[in-house]
Design a protein around this ligand. Sequence first.
Ligand SMILES: [Fe+2]
Length: 202
Amino acid sequence: MKHRMRSNCIIDRSITEPIVNWVNANDEMLSRYQNESHDGVVYWKAKLEQKIPLFEELGFPYDNLFQLEKEIKKLYDLPDANYETIMGIMLIFAPGVKMSENFNGYKCTPHKDPNTNSDNDVHTRFNIMISAPLDGGNPIIENTIIEVNENEPWICVAGLHLHSTMKMQGPKSRIVVSFGYWYSKEFLESRGWVDMYKNLEI
Ligand SMILES: [Fe+2]
């Protein structure tokens, strides 16, 4: 089953390019944040909303990160909400697959992310792939492949929907920025985001 999610928006590259360039230039430092709970190689830094001294020293473009957040909130007309407290704003970086190294391309394995103890808080993420691999890497949500373009945001109601990705391929890195907030189920329902993967055209 394939579905093309229409967020109808490509975020301007002038906002995201400095982040992509910084990530690719700091791959060695980022490799200390390897996440081994998925398939293949992926580096993963959570809670970027709290400035990290090392990242600041290395000139991480925080202004661009928060400008990107603003653009995505505007796109989805998001009311202010608290950051989801476990991962907050995440940077997910999977280096390109080097054929010579027999290096396994990253694939996120199916999971849901935790909600809070409150019945009402749902872990909700707004994601954007600011560097897309040459092949693969698209999100899969509730068995639906979301064929996003580079710089086209998508929604993942990570606390309710099973999600994963297609295995990435090729030498270009996959870089995703993921903004996580707590929204109530009622709010998500009012936007049609709880049932959005039901009744899709195949
Ligand atoms: Fe997740």
